[in-house]
Design a protein around this ligand. Structure first.
Ligand code: NDP
Length: 282
């Protein structure tokens, strides 16, 4: 029976560490500040923004909410971001996605100053990660790496299989594993024989968005399994991409959903904000 990796508990430990770092900044007269830009009133986005605000409050980070109408013009949104780039009281910012349909997400994200990019989505940060240099890391893959580290996973020379190749999860996850000297395979919707690849993984990361895609018979005995997926079933229950019941007896360690990767994503966002504040103030 595999160990369940307690993402909720680990995220709480990280938030406690960050609380200490925020207090140290405040003692120096610095108020760490994260700006959250929200355009429109997408219900899921409103919940995410509220959760981020709560996490800021707990840690001692000022959260500056910039709430904009859903029909805002692209140039006006960009002007808001440019103002936050210049604002000396703002250490880090994020633009809540998805943006309204008429807005070019890539153009907007490119306007965020890379050093204030709390989500690590700017192409400069993606490029730094790609070339193995220090960068602001995207929160979800950074959280997955932290969970693997704290579960005592060895990376060097191990086979890591990442299922999913999005810019915010799959691709950066593959880069982080590669930078730790794992041998990395990236699978996606056109991959043939996903089960064969999955079965050869010492470290298996599922970031797809399909409930129960990975079953116990697709897991190598003893593998570390990280389930990024968040899928809402018709009965309202949220499950991952891994069929937990069949995977648990086979995996060496596995993250649950909920209570695995999810809480780590927010903890890593908070870490990026504190890192940015410490860096800006020397
Ligand atoms: P995307 O939809 O952007 O990417 C999904 C990826 O899965 C794509 O690369 C796609 O391949 C691949 N895929 C789809 N179907 C299959 C299949 N049958 N077999 C293999 N690969 C497949 O999603 P995200 O990366 O944004 O998110 C992935 C999941 O993680 C979602 O459930 C999301 O809700 C969750 N998530 C959770 C977070 C958390 O904090 N816990 C944070 C972010 C995301 P292709 O490229 O070929 O289309």
């Amino acid at each position: 029976m595999g160990n369940i990796i307690d993402g909720k508990g680990i995220a709480a430990e990280i938030r406690a560490e960050l609380k200490g770092r925020a207090a140290a900044l405040r003692e120096r007269g610095i108020a760490p500040c994260l700006a959250v830009v929200l355009a429109g009133d997408d219900p899921a986005s409103l919940i995410y923004v509220r959760n981020k605000k709560r996490a800021c409050e707990e840690i001692g980070i000022l959260s500056r909410e910039v709430t904009l109408p859903g029909d805002i013009e692209e140039d006006a949104l960009i002007a808001e971001i440019q103002a936050l780039n210049k604002d000396e009281t703002v250490d880090a910012m994020l633009v809540q996605l998805p943006l309204p349909r008429h807005i070019d997400e890539r153009r907007v994200l490119a306007e965020v100053a890379p050093e204030k990019d709390a989500d690590g989505f700017h192409v400069v940060n993606a490029g730094l990660l790609f070339s193995g240099q220090k960068s602001v890391l995207p929160c979800t893959p950074a959280g997955c790496m932290e969970l693997l580290r704290r579960a005592g996973t060895a990376f060097r020379g191990r086979h890591a299989v990442v299922v999913g190749r999005s810019n915010i999860v799959g691709k950066p996850m593959a880069m982080l594993l590669l930078n730790e000297h794992a041998t990395v395979t990236v699978c996606h919707s056109r991959t043939k024989d996903l089960a064969d690849f999955a079965r050869s993984a010492d470290i298996l990361v599922a970031a797809v968005g399909r409930a129960g895609l990975i079953t116990g018979d697709m897991i190598k005995p003893g593998a570390a399994v990280i389930d990024v997926g968040m899928n809402r079933l018709p009965d309202g229950k949220v499950v991952g991409d891994v069929d937990f019941a069949s995977a648990l007896p086979v995996a060496g360690a596995i993250t649950p959903v909920p209570g695995g990767v999810g809480p780590m994503t927010i903890a890593m966002l908070m870490q990026n904000a504190i890192d940015a504040s410490e860096k800006r103030h020397g």
